[in-house]
Design a protein around this ligand. Structure first.
Ligand code: XMP
Length: 326
C-alpha cells in the first residue's frame, strides 16, 4: 500500500459528472504508468477490487489480468457473478480458479478461528502466486486500496487479513482509487456501468463464510449456511431492509439440537441471524427486523435448508459482541 495523503482541495465525488472526470484522469494516468506492460489484479468481486478492475479494463483492456480465486467460502452466486460481469459483459482477461477443494481440505478439522484465518489467507497467497507465475511478463500489481485503508493502516485491523506476496514477487503497485472514500468508490463504480448488486454490496470478510461456519468447517454445514444466507439476503431485498442495513448474514455453530420433521426426530444446526448498523465497524447497533419478516425467514430456512432446524436472532451490539462470530 502506498501511504499518501488526500489533498484538502480534492472535491468529494458525489455525482456522475464528477465520477466521469475522475475516471478520465485515472485512465490517462494508468496508461502513462503502465505503458504496454501487463497488470495483475486479485479480483474478489467485492466493491473495491471490482471498481479497480472495471477502471483498468477501460484504461488498458486485456493488459489487465484478473485472477478470481474461488476459495469455496463465497456466498451463493458470487463467483458466478464475477464471471458473468467481467468475462461475459466486460470481456476481461479473467483467470478463474476453483480452489474449493484445496481450501476445504486444508481447513478440515481446524476449529481455532485464528488458525482458520491463517490457513485461508496463506492458501490464498499460494494459489494467487501459482497463477501469477504462469505469466512471465507482468510488471504491475493492481490493488483496491481505498483511503480508509490508508488511514487505518495503524494496525487496528491488521489481524483481519493475513499474508502478503512472497518476497521474490516484486511488482510496482497500481492503486487508482487509493484517495477515495467508500461512497465515492461506489459512485465511480456506477459511472463505470457495474451492476447495483456489485456496487452496493455489503462488506464481506476476506475469509468469507469460513468465519461464519463456526468451528471446524464441514461441507454439509457450509452448504446449509450458504443456502440460509441466500434466503436471508433474498428476504431482506424483498422487504427493503437490504438498502437500510449495513451488514447482515447467517452464522451456523457446530452444535445440533433436537427437532421434529415429518413426524420424525430431526437433529439439526441452528441458523443465527445477525443484522447490524454501523458507520465504521468499530461499534455497531442492532437493526430491528419486523416480526413478520422474521417469521417468513424462519419458515423458509427451516423448510428449505437441509440440516437446519432452528432460527435464532442475535441481539448483541458491538461492543460487546464483534460483528462476526469468529
Ligand atoms: P468484527 O467482527 O471485528 O468485524 O466486528 C468488523 C468488520 O470487519 C469485517 N471482518 C473482516 N474483514 N477479513 C476481512 O476482510 C477478516 O478476517 C474480517 N473479520 C471481520 C466484518 O465482516 C465487519 O464488517
Amino acid at each position: 500500500m502506498q501511504l499518501v495523503k488526500r489533498p484538502e482541495t480534492m472535491e468529494r465525488i458525489t455525482t456522475e459528472a464528477l465520477a466521469d472526470a475522475f475516471i478520465d484522469k485515472q485512465v490517462k494516468e494508468v496508461r502513462e504508468q503502465v505503458g504496454n506492460k501487463k497488470v495483475l489484479l486479485a479480483l474478489s468481486g467485492g466493491v473495491d477490487s471490482s471498481v479497480v478492475a472495471a477502471l483498468l479494463i477501460k484504461a488498458i483492456g486485456k493488459q489487465l489480468v484478473c485472477v478470481h480465486v474461488n476459495h469455496g467460502l463465497m456466498r451463493k452466486g458470487e463467483s458466478e457473478q464475477v464471471i458473468e460481469v467481467f468475462k461475459n459483459k466486460l470481456d476481461a482477461n479473467l483467470v478463474y480458479v476453483d480452489a474449493t477443494d484445496r481450501f476445504l481440505n486444508k481447513l478440515e478439522g481446524v476449529a481455532n478461528p485464528e488458525e482458520k484465518r491463517k490457513i485461508i489467507g496463506g492458501e490464498f497467497i499460494v494459489v494467487f502466486d501459482e497463477e501469477a507465475r504462469k505469466f512471465d511478463d507482468i510488471d504491475f500489481l493492481a490493488q483496491g486500496t481505498i483511503y480508509p485503508d490508508i488511514l487505518e493502516s495503524d494496525g487496528v485491523k491488521a489481524h483481519h487479513n493475513v499474508g502478503g506476496l512472497p518476497e521474490d514477487m516484486k511488482f510496482e503497485l497500481v492503486e487508482p482509487v487509493k484517495l477515495l472514500y467508500k461512497d465515492e468508490v461506489r459512485v465511480v463504480g456506477k459511472a463505470l456501468g457495474l451492476p447495483d448488486e456489485m456496487v452496493y454490496r455489503q462488506p464481506f470478510p476476506g475469509p468469507g463464510l469460513g468465519v461464519r461456519c463456526l468451528g471446524a468447517i464441514t461441507r454439509d454445514r457450509l452448504n446449509a449456511l450458504r443456502e440460509a444466507d441466500a434466503i436471508l439476503r433474498e428476504e431482506f431485498d424483498n422487504c427493503g431492509l437490504a438498502k437500510k442495513v449495513w451488514q447482515y448474514f447467517i452464522a451456523v455453530p457446530d452444535m445440533k439440537s433436537v427437532g421434529v420433521r415429518n413426524d420424525k426426530r430431526y437433529e439439526g444446526w441452528p441458523a443465527i441471524i445477525r443484522a447490524v448498523n454501523t458507520t465504521d465497524a468499530m461499534t455497531a447497533t442492532i437493526e430491528e427486523i419486523p416480526y413478520d419478516v422474521l417469521h417468513k425467514i424462519t419458515n423458509r430456512i427451516t423448510n428449505e435448508v437441509e440440516g437446519i432446524n432452528r432460527v435464532l436472532l442475535d441481539l448483541t451490539p458491538k461492543p460487546i459482541g464483534t460483528i462476526e462470530w469468529e
